[in-house]
Design a binder for this molecule. Structure first.
Ligand code: OMD
Ligand code: FE2
Length: 455
């Protein structure tokens, strides 16, 4: 059932711990004991397995959940291409649909449409991505601006996991495993194939989404940091079982498959799971719980030190997609240019700002709800104003606290292709390059060196 605008969401209970194997019962006694498939399940439920990895994936990475439901998901009318579809959702990134560009790109925040009409599905639009959902390798970066709850419908993303970063407005998300309330400053991961519906308790909402094909998110290894730090597994929260059982004629399952939308109707809600157990679950995480590590003497460390979640490729240390944050923290490095360095990176960097008026590398123009893309080997770094202000700072060696700002980065090994509507968007900042044009030479060689060269 959809919530009206501005409604207070119910209090929810969560299970804590990323990677745990959970059990959850909305009705006591509804989970089978000692086996997954009894001849008849308790309370007359159907058993259904949702597999997030191949059956034979090594145990340490194997993901699956057993759902005990009133009717199985298969009880639906045939799938048809959804009409109307969402033309701005992409799952295959090739020359026919998208554009390769090395240009530094930046976008101002999009207005959230105020006239109800766009739910989370129709409010999604792909900005860029790489690879192919069908070939199970790649990713898509979407943004959303939505103003209406998903009513009488749920989304099943067969293509990949969604990592959602709300920037404005909370998301009340009902899934087959239960319900989650996700506020700006938190993120949520909805695993591939799990059905979910998004309500908007605060009305018009917007945010960012990364979608990964053929991999799942995991915590980064900590290496020499040790056993603790960054995002702690216990701060990840998964829902508890919740179900609805009313007859629901015309309920629509929207199935995202190969980057395209299909729909099928059924006469009941897919949120009819009375109990479940397993380790393939949605989870949310409050970014303010992140325990950042930073340089304590000199130099600017690489942003990988603030990786919250990573989706691996087959190459060790090379991410299909890293989710990295730039959290509030103390800056204490001595004799150091503290903002990000100028750089060119073999990885591609998409950034967003969740809150705050500025990001540490940009004095102007990078706004909450906005975005930037610096692709593989495209030069970027602090804007002119940031550079000049930093080198002329009298108290450059004093500790300073970076507060009231939270930026993030989706960083990938695969080179993104950009959607035409993102390039042509009225939000695109066509003058972005100007923020560096004013960087002037401060080169002042000793007079002798100049004389030597000129002889
Ligand atoms: O480009 C950016 O703003 C992201 C970034 C931040 C940083 O501190 C170091 C490298 C980097 O790519
Ligand atoms: Fe960068």
């Amino acid at each position: 059932m959809a919530m009206e605008e501005e409604q207070t969401p119910p209090e929810l209970r969560y299970l804590s711990g990323l990677g745990n194997t959970f059990t959850s019962e909305a009705v006591p006694g509804s989970l089978p004991v000692g086996q997954n498939n009894p001849l008849v399940c308790p309370l007359g439920l159907y058993a259904e397995q949702l597999s997030g990895t191949s059956f034979t994936t090594p145990r340490a990475r194997n993901l699956r959940t057993w759902l005990y439901r009133i009717k199985p998901s298969v009880t639906h009318e045939p799938f048809y291409p959804r009409n109307p579809t969402n033309e701005r959702l992409v799952g295959e990134f090739d020359r026919t649909t998208t554009v390769a560009t090395p240009t530094q790109l930046r976008w101002r925040p999009a207005d959230v449409p105020l006239h109800p009409g766009l739910d989370f599905i129709d409010g999604l639009y792909t900005v860029c991505g790489a690879g192919s959902s069908c070939l199970r390798h790649g990713y898509a970066i979407h943004m959303y601006a939505a103003n209406k709850p998903m009513d009488g419908c749920s989304l099943c993303n067969a293509d990949g996991d969604f990592l959602i970063v709300p920037q404005q407005g909370r998301l009340f998300i009902t899934t087959e495993c239960g319900r989650l309330l996700v506020s700006p400053g938190e993120i949520v991961v909805i695993p591939q194939g799990l059905r979910f519906a998004v309500d908007l308790p605060d009305g018009p909402s917007r945010g960012y989404v990364s979608e990964i094909f053929g991999a799942h998110f995991q915590l980064p290894d900590l290496g020499p940091i040790g056993a603790n730090g960054l995002a702690s597994p216990r701060d990840f929260l998964s829902p508890t079982a919740w179900f609805e059982q009313e007859h629901h004629p015309g309920y629509t399952i929207v199935h995202k498959y190969g980057g395209e939308l299909f729909s099928a109707t059924q006469d009941f809600s897919p949120f009819n799971v009375v109990a479940w157990h397993g380790n393939y679950v949605p989870y949310k995480y409050d970014l303010s719980k992140f325990c950042p590590f930073n340089t304590v003497l000199l130099d600017h460390g690489d942003p990988s030190v603030n990786t919250v979640l990573t989706a691996p490729t087959d190459k060790p240390g090379v991410a299909l997609l890293d989710f990295v944050i730039f959290p509030p923290r103390w800056l204490v490095a001595e004799n150091t240019f503290r903002p990000p360095y100028y750089h060119r990176n073999c990885m591609s960097e998409f950034m967003g700002l969740i809150y705050g008026i500025e990001y540490e590398a940009k004095a102007d123009g990078f706004l909450p709800g906005g975005a930037s893309l610096h692709s593989c080997m495209t030069p970027h770094g602090p804007d002119t104003k940031t550079y000049e202000a930093t080198i002329s700072r009298a108290a450059a060696n004093e500790p300073s606290r970076l507060s009231g700002t939270l930026a993030f980065m989706f960083e990938s090994w695969l080179i993104p292709r950009v959607c035409p509507w993102a390039l042509d968007s009225p939000c695109r900042d066509l003058d972005y390059y100007q923020c560096w044009i004013g960087l002037k030479s401060h080169f002042s060689p000793p007079a002798a060196a100049v004389d030597d060269e000129n002889e």
